[in-house]
Design a protein around this ligand. Structure first.
Ligand code: GLN
Length: 256
C-alpha cells in the first residue's frame, strides 16, 4: 500500500516537474535578463559611444535606446574591451554588441549581424609634418602603425604590413596618444572617432585617401533569431520614421 502511494507521489512529482519545465521553456525570455536589453560596447569611440560625465552617450547608445523602447525592454549598457564583445554575445553574457562594429565575413561565422545602420571608413592619422602622404607610402615604408586591438583597422593592417609593424592598444585614443608622442608613425582607425581624436590632440591630421569603407551593425547570438528579427523590424521602422537619421545628424551634422 505504502509503495503504491509512493509511486503515485513520484509520478505526480515527475508530472509537475515536467509541466513546469515545459512552461519555463515556452516562457523563455529572448533576452539574457528578463525585461532588459543588455548591450556590450566599448565607450571610447566618439561619436558612436563615449562618456558624458558618467553616462554613455552617442549614436549607438541612442539608437539602442530607441530599439529597446520599441521592444518594450529596458536598455542596460556595459562598457567592455572591444575584442571581448563578440565572445560575450556568443556566450549569452550580453544580448547585443553595438560598438561601431563593422560587418565582416569572419565575424559572421561567430555571430549574426542585424541590418546595417551606418557606414564607416578606415582612415590614416599622421602628424601634420609627416612624410607619409598616402596609403601606399604607409604600406610600403617601414612605418609602425597604431591600431585598436581586434578592430578592422588591426585586422587589415596586420594582413597588409604584418604583425611586426602593428602596435595594438586597447583604446583608440591610446593609439592616438602614442602617435602624438612619436611612438608610432600613423594610426588606422574609423573616420568619425579619428576626427574627434584629431580635434582634441594638436599637430595631427587625417590623410585624404580613405583606406577601406565599411558597414556598421549590431551583433546578436546566432541562436537568438527572434531578437534579431525584432531588432531588424525596429531598425526599419526607426529609419522610416526619421528617428535614426535624426540621431546620426545630431552627432554628425551633414553641413559641418
Ligand atoms: N569599426 C571597427 C571594427 O568594427 C572599429 C570599432 C571600434 O573600435 N569600436 O572593428
Amino acid at each position: 500500500m505504502k509503495k503504491v502511494f509512493a509511486k503515485i507521489i513520484s509520478a505526480g512529482l515527475i508530472l509537475t516537474m515536467g509541466l513546469s519545465m515545459a512552461s519555463c521553456a515556452s516562457k523563455k525570455s529572448m533576452t539574457v535578463k528578463k525585461g532588459k536589453l543588455v548591450m556590450a560596447t566599448n565607450a571610447y569611440f566618439p561619436p558612436y559611444e563615449y562618456y558624458d560625465n558618467s553616462t554613455i552617450v552617442g549614436i549607438d547608445a541612442e539608437i539602442a535606446a530607441a530599439v529597446a523602447k520599441k521592444l518594450d525592454l529596458e536598455l542596460e549598457i556595459q562598457d567592455v574591451e572591444f575584442d571581448s564583445i563578440i565572445a560575450g554575445v556568443q556566450s549569452n553574457k550580453y544580448d547585443i554588441g553595438m560598438a561601431g562594429m563593422t560587418v565582416t565575413e569572419e565575424r559572421k561565422k561567430a555571430i549574426n549581424f542585424t541590418d546595417t545602420y551606418a557606414t564607416g571608413v578606415q582612415v590614416v592619422i599622421v602628424p601634420e609634418n609627416s612624410e607619409i602622404t598616402d596609403v601606399d607610402t604607409l604600406l610600403n615604408g617601414d612605418y609602425k602603425v597604431g591600431v585598436q586591438t581586434g578592430t578592422t583597422g588591426d585586422i587589415y593592417m596586420s594582413d597588409d604590413i604584418g604583425d611586426d609593424r602593428v602596435v595594438r592598444f586597447s583604446k583608440g585614443n591610446d593609439a592616438v596618444l602614442a602617435l602624438s608622442t612619436g611612438k608610432v608613425d600613423a594610426v588606422v582607425i574609423d573616420n568619425e572617432p579619428a576626427k574627434s581624436f584629431v580635434a582634441s590632440n594638436e599637430g595631427l591630421k587625417i590623410l585624404d585617401t580613405a583606406y577601406v569603407e565599411e558597414q556598421y551593425a549590431m551583433c546578436v547570438n546566432k541562436d537568438n533569431t527572434e531578437l534579431l528579427e525584432k531588432i531588424n523590424t525596429a531598425l526599419k521602422e526607426l529609419t522610416e520614421d526619421g528617428t535614426i537619421p535624426a540621431i546620426i545628424e545630431k552627432y554628425i551634422p551633414s553641413n559641418g
